[in-house]
Design a protein around this ligand. Sequence first.
Ligand SMILES: C[S@@+](CC[C@H](N)C(=O)[O-])C[C@H]1O[C@@H](n2cnc3c(N)ncnc32)[C@H](O)[C@@H]1O
Length: 251
Amino acid sequence: MSDEFAPDWLALREPYDRAARSRALAVAFLDALPDQPRLVDVGAGTGSNARFLSESTDKAIAWQFVDQDAGLLDRISGVEGKKVCIDFAPSPARIDLSQCDGVTASAFFDLVSEDWFARFVAHVSGQPLLLTLNVDGRFVWQPGDEADRLLMGRFAGDMQRDKGFGPAMGFDAPRLMIDCLQRAGYRVTSAPSSWRLGPEDTAMLTALCGFVGDIAGDGLAAETWRLRRKLAITEKHLSVSVGHVDLLALP
Ligand SMILES: C[S@@+](CC[C@H](N)C(=O)[O-])C[C@H]1O[C@@H](n2cnc3c(N)ncnc32)[C@H](O)[C@@H]1O
């Protein structure tokens, strides 16, 4: 997805992320932390994850926001913290965890490879983790379309494209992450955090169909899918559920 880190896209998706996320797992994570926890937000973007968590607790969280995009870090609002602009794709050890009580992320870990994630888990060495909004590939379109299967297959392939961390886990992320965390001795709890987009959510539907349609490339099937989806959005009879999973991992 070419615009997947654009600030406008992160702003558009934020209310849907908030509605989808598991409050129970967020509270369990926050309860497991000290009274004034120091948290690292990995791939923080514009701070959506920190806003959600800060509003979910009375604890005064000392944030460290880590991201490679200075422009996104500059746009963080509503939460205070230290901003660290760094590309951590070469190694998760580039993320300084020496002064933290827990690590969290949202909409990030499906970008990384299984190997990178295993090295990340070794690096965090037993800290509490809340890793949310990991895509799992469960798309339910209403109405269905004869080309959904073809396009979703191409989309799944693109989700596994190397984004600098090795072949991305993509839709396999939740399953592979749970396996890895359990092997490292974590107790893992998962909860669904799927977006539910209805006919009125035209901007989100347009963006989502744009991402899928762009990846699908040329060909009659892709072209007619794009046209039918555009019409369905305009006529307000398209809905889709996009599967995500939140993970809480406690030592
Ligand atoms: C899909 S966005 C999620 C942002 C934010 N967590 C949210 O939920 O809105 C993924 C984030 O990972 C960051 N990112 C991607 N690759 C990175 C890398 N190699 N090093 C550091 N940050 C990276 C992007 O800049 C972007 O902010």
